[in-house]
Design a protein around this ligand. Structure first.
Ligand code: FEC
Length: 307
């Protein structure tokens, strides 16, 4: 049939300007406004990275446009992409509403994050499902794609490429990382950790990397315990062991944004410099062609309405 299928492409979202940081932070904190100290601290991080520009917005726009092109090449005219953001406009609910307005009754949701956790991707899906149910849009979801061969290939290319910039005659540690989550996800039997280790291992094996480990980053500023060790502690530990070269591979993220450009490129790099460690990071996927194909193939796989 020539029915059009909606594709709700979901991403974290970022403010549009420094003035929007308070609303954004309040949304992340489920309606609780941050203290002035926390707000200033977050604004300071945005300013340190990009002087008030928010790269995640343009990167998400570019990723959605590139995915549309990739889907058009695979199945001309069948899929129409809509954007839905977790913490900024257009919100997930806005994306579902836009589909319904365009007369779309069947849709597939996918998140621009490869690993499933109830506290991350699960939250995106829950909100989309709720709105779709209200508006009579039938939806299915890609929950994860952390071992898609083209995702792995794209990451392997980046690891191998960046290793070329190190002194190969000396030891190099590859540090895979992802956003930490509260430790209580363990009691909930969450697949997040296992999936992250599977991605890391697949990339390390294919890239021929023997010396690697996985570490967490960007833990939230709350009182409950978060998954560790944090990358800053891991770097200290490595320095104690005499390691002088580290390649950072943040496989839990797919785009240039604050958690990479600040937490790794500024914070982890400065800590490394103090520890006399040469620290580099792999390039992010952004609109990488293999990544776009991994997304497009995952969407087409979920299309239960195709002939
Ligand atoms: O560039 C940007 O403007 C946005 C960068 C950004 C990304 C991102 C991805 C993830 N987060 C995840 C979980 C949490 C949990 C909390 C939390 C808090 C923040 C804060 C900022 C922030 N996150 Fe985020 N996250 C990004 C930015 N995140 C800013 C608030 C200040 C701070 O704590 O640093 C804690 C919420 C709470 O307080 O209760 C939990 C996860 C991901 C990766 C998966 C995904 O992309 O959805 C998981 C990008």
């Amino acid at each position: 049939s020539n029915e059009r299928i909606g594709v709700l492409v979901m991403s974290y979202g970022t403010p549009e300007s420094l003035d929007g940081v308070e609303e954004y932070y309040t949304h992340i904190r489920r309606g609780n406004p941050p203290t002035p100290e926390l707000l200033d601290e977050l604004k300071g991080r945005y300013e340190a990275v990009v002087g008030g520009v928010f790269p995640l917005r343009e990167n998400t726009n570019n990723q959605v446009a590139a995915l549309q092109k990739t889907l058009d090449a695979a199945a001309p005219g069948r899929y129409v992409c809509y954007q839905g953001l977790k913490h900024a406009r257009p919100y997930i609910e806005d994306g579902v509403e836009a589909m319904a307005k365009d007369g779309i009754t069947k849709a597939i949701g996918i998140v621009l994050a490869p690993h499933y956790s109830m506290m991350s991707v699960g939250g995106y899906i829950k909100r989309a499902k709720e709105k779709a149910g209200e508006l009579g849009v039938a939806m299915s979801f890609v929950e994860s794609y952390h071992l898609h061969p083209k995702l792995i290939e794209a990451l392997v290319d980046r690891v191998v490429g960046k290793l070329g910039e190190f002194d190969r005659s000396q030891p190099i540690k590859v540090l895979f990382s992802a956003h930490s989550l509260p430790e209580r996800i363990r009691e909930m039997g969450d697949p997040y950790e296992k999936q992250l280790l599977e991605t890391s291992e697949a990339v390390a094996n294919k890239a021929g990397v023997a010396d690697w480990s996985f570490t967490w980053q960007s833990a939230g500023r709350t009182h409950e315990p978060w998954l560790g060790p944090d990358i800053l502690d891991t770097l200290k530990e490595l320095a104690d062991q005499g390691m002088k070269q580290v390649l950072s591979a943040p496989v839990g993220f797919v785009s240039d944004h604050l958690e990479v450009l600040y937490d790794l490129d500024i914070e982890a790099k400065a800590v490394s410099a103090d520890l006399d460690i040469h620290f580099e990071r792999i390039d992010m996927l952004n609109t990488d062609a293999f990544y776009m194909e991994a997304l497009a193939e995952s969407v087409v796989d979920k299309d239960e309405w195709k002939a």
